[in-house]
Design a protein around this ligand. Structure first.
Ligand code: FAD
Ligand code: UDP
Length: 375
């Protein structure tokens, strides 16, 4: 059988695209993923002890896009959840993003908002040109807080000094003078009520979609046909590393289930100064599950392993551009998602990108009759 589309990858990019073309364009889709499950990095499951766990680390959904929230809401109900993170710094458990309470707790002060603004003003390097991830933080809060909260964490996470990374990386984490201790301030923040995997199952449940997991697309049996492909894996791998390996950062996840109801006060605790891992997640805060046991995940960054993060820095952007030129020359393949477009995208941005790709296909289809008529 010949499918209209082969979609490689059953994560957010692949599932959104497959669902849209199947249901709005009435096209047939074969979705393959080499992992033994759907959902990509957002996959979650009930582990052997019955605790809902994210196999690839904490995934918290947040977006400012009404379109993306409305789209995903067709496939899931939501549990309202605002993410909060603490960092262990100088032996204290303090809010990150750095806010008024962080400074007061860390330095034993009793500043108000104006006081903490003056505290930052006295320490920040205001005149600094902002190019790197070091510049962003030092320009906002000065050297000392940069070293306590960002330098060590970033070196662990990326295997690079913040001065070697684009400013966009640490700019993901703001600095506040008020007491807002939420990690995100997006207008929509929630977790899929029944988990991500259930949501993906509904997205991919369309009768025009066939899903095969545990299968690399290159191992599809002979005779499987498709007209076009949406590829959401690593772009350098697609082109057999023709220009060399495009660096992606990996993680090793250590999942532990403990015989206690709760171990930490918030969903995630960061370790910027100590430990080989960057952070520990306790899922029950995210999922709201009531259970006598609790599951946590420690994240150990690594150069080896599955690609999880594109690494934003100029040399990598240049190498990606070379691959992107190969991609642009392929009419038969569309590249989408975090790995294939080498962008440090959150889940909502991946959904928005996939929706935009479908919108472009629709626009082209509308233009085609006019072009034909005039030629
Ligand atoms: P993926 O989910 O990576 O899916 C690509 C799929 O393609 C994979 O399943 C892979 O197996 C498959 N594939 C690749 N090559 C082949 C092949 N040759 N044949 C068959 N299949 C193939 N985002 C947020 O918004 N909030 C968060 O809190 C958040 N936390 C995160 C935490 C961690 C630790 C990580 C790594 C990411 C986090 N993200 C978060 C980002 C989020 O995971 C991504 O934005 C999103 O999952 C990307 O979806 P995707 O479809 O582009 O890629
Ligand atoms: N970061 C840091 N210290 C922290 C939190 C974040 O140095 O306590 C830096 C680090 O470089 C990290 C980046 O900010 O990779 C982005 O953080 P985020 O929490 O968005 O990372 P993600 O959830 O994508 O892994």
């Amino acid at each position: 059988m010949t499918f209209d589309w082969l979609v490689v990858g059953a994560g957010f990019a692949g599932a959104t695209f497959a669902e849209r073309v199947a249901s709005t364009r009435n096209e047939t889709v074969l979705v393959v993923d080499r992992r033994p499950h759907i959902g990509g990095n957002a996959y979650d499951h009930f582990n052997a002890d019955g605790v809902l766990t994210h196999l690839y680390g904490p995934h918290i959904f947040h977006t400012n896009s009404d379109t993306v929230a409305a789209y995903l809401s067709r496939f899931t109900a939501w549990r309202p959840y605002e993410h909060r993170v603490r960092a262990v710094v100088d032996g204290k458990l303090v809010p990150i993003p750095i806010n008024l309470d962080t400074i007061n707790m860390l330095y034993g002060l009793d500043l108000d908002e104006a006081g903490v603004a003056a505290f930052f003003e006295a320490r920040r390097d205001a005149g600094r040109e902002i190019r790197t991830s070091e510049d962003v933080v030092v320009a906002a809060v000065g050297q000392e807080l940069y070293e306590k909260f960002f330098r060590g964490y970033t070196r662990k996470q990326w295997g690079l000094d913040p001065s070697e990374l684009d400013k966009s990386v640490t700019a993901r984490v703001p600095v506040r003078t008020n007491r807002d201790d939420r990690y995100f301030t997006d207008s929509f923040q929630a977790m899929p009520r029944d988990g991500y995997t259930q949501m993906f199952a509904r997205m991919l449940g369309h009768p025009n979609i066939e899903v095969r997991t545990g299968l690399d697309w290159r191992d599809l049996p002979p005779g499987t046909g498709w007209r076009r492909m949406l590829f959401t894996g690593a772009i350098d791998e697609f082109f057999d590393h023709r220009f060399g390996k495009l660096p992606y950062r990996s993680l090793r996840f250590e999942h532990r289930t403990l015989d206690t109801a709760q171990v930490q006060p918030v969903g995630v605790v960061n370790y910027p100064m100590t430990q080989a891992y960057t952070r520990i997640t306790e899922y029950k805060h995210l999922t709201g599950q009531i259970h006598p046991k609790t599951t946590i995940t420690l994240e150990y960054p690594s150069a080896e392993g599955d690609p999880y993060y594109p690494i934003p820095r100029p040399a990598n952007a240049a190498l990606y551009k070379a691959y992107e030129a190969l991609a642009d020359a392929r009419d038969d393949v569309v590249f989408a998602g975090r790995l294939a477009t080498y962008r440090y995208y959150n889940m909502d941005q991946v959904v928005a990108q996939a929706l935009a790709i479908v919108a472009r296909l629709d626009a082209r289809a509308r233009q085609r009759p006019a072009t034909t008529a005039s030629s």
